[in-house]
Structures are given as structure tokens and as C-alpha cells.
Design a protein around this ligand. Structure first.
Ligand code: PNS
Length: 157
């Protein structure tokens, strides 16, 4: 059984994340979307809210499970018996950080492999940060995030 983890902050989930989730779910028997619960990282939405939005957005994907994790990603992967970590690559600017993270995770646990999916060109400019900025300045985020996130963002700003 192929089990993979797609980890991230997801503050909030965007259509770019959703594209990776849909594609990765087709490649695996089970895809666990791991929402980092990190109290030291300032986020707009609480881990519970981020999980709720992801659960709503992935409700039609039967092999996708959403949960939070704390601590090291490799420990979470071990706990879930998953040996694949999925990450999306948008542009070359993502590469350095992603390469470092995948190599460090592999050093921490050599049984864990990182698989990179390149972002669909349609979403290569998209990030949770820009979505929040647009929403905070009264812009329309409808093309960039699932509908449940549009509602949450409009309540937040
Ligand atoms: O969506 P993000 O913010 O790019 O996700 C980053 C994330 C959550 C994947 C990364 O920060 C992470 O794995 N954090 C858990 C702590 C950890 O394992 N750190 C060592 C990685 S080298």
C-alpha cells in the first residue's frame, strides 16, 4: 500500500495546494494532508480552522485524510507508516529550500523519500501569503482558493 504525506502550513489552502492534493491522491493509496501545528509560527487561521477548510475542500477525495502534526515531519511520517513525502515546486525560488528540506529529512530518516510535483503553470504564482494580502486589501480571491476558504477569508477581514 502506497501511503504518502503532503505536509504544509496551509494558512489557508489554495487552489495550487488542491491541484497537488488531487494529483498526488491519484498516485497513492492513501494521502495524508499534514497540517503543521506550530505555536511559534504566526498564522491567520488556527490549526483547527485550517484542518476544517482542508476537510471541506477534499471531501470528494475518498483516499485523502487531513490531520495536524507537531514536531519533526519524519517522526509524523514514521507514526503514520508513510515513507513518501509529497511537495509541490512552483518556481526555481522554491527549489533551494525544498532541496535542503528533502535532504535533511532523508538524513534524519533514510527510509523517507520526497517526491516533487511541479505546480500547474496556472498556479505557479499562487501562495497563501499573496492570497491573504489580496483578501486583506479587499481584492477578489475567488479564482485562487476553494469556496469554503473564500467565505472564511471574507469573515476574517
Ligand atoms: O507550507 P510550508 O510552510 O512550506 O510547509 C513547511 C513544512 C510544514 C513542510 C516544514 O516546515 C516542516 O516539515 N516542518 C516540520 C518540522 C521539521 O520536520 N523540520 C525539519 C525539516 S528539514
Amino acid at each position: 500500500m502506497t501511503k504518502a504525506i503532503f505536509p504544509g502550513t496551509f494558512d489557508p489552502v489554495t487552489n495550487g495546494h488542491m491541484d497537488i492534493i488531487k494529483r498526488a491522491s491519484k498516485m497513492t493509496d492513501e494521502l495524508i494532508v499534514g497540517v503543521l501545528n506550530n505555536s511559534s509560527k504566526h498564522s491567520l487561521f488556527s490549526p483547527k480552522e485550517r484542518v476544517e477548510m482542508l476537510k471541506e475542500a477534499t471531501k470528494d477525495l475518498p483516499n485523502v485524510r487531513v490531520c495536524t502534526f507537531q514536531g519533526l515531519l519524519v517522526d509524523f511520517a514514521r507514526q503514520e507508516h508513510a515513507c513518501i513525502v509529497i511537495r509541490g515546486l512552483r518556481a526555481i525560488t522554491d527549489f533551494e529550500y525544498e532541496l535542503q528540506m528533502s535532504q535533511m529529512n532523508h538524513k534524519l530518516d533514510s527510509t523517507i523519500e520526497t517526491l516533487f510535483l511541479t505546480a500547474n503553470i496556472e498556479y505557479s504564482f499562487l501562495s497563501s501569503t499573496t492570497v491573504k494580502e489580496i483578501a486583506s486589501l479587499g481584492g477578489d480571491v475567488t479564482p485562487f482558493v476553494p469556496s469554503c476558504v473564500v467565505k472564511k477569508l471574507s469573515k476574517s477581514f
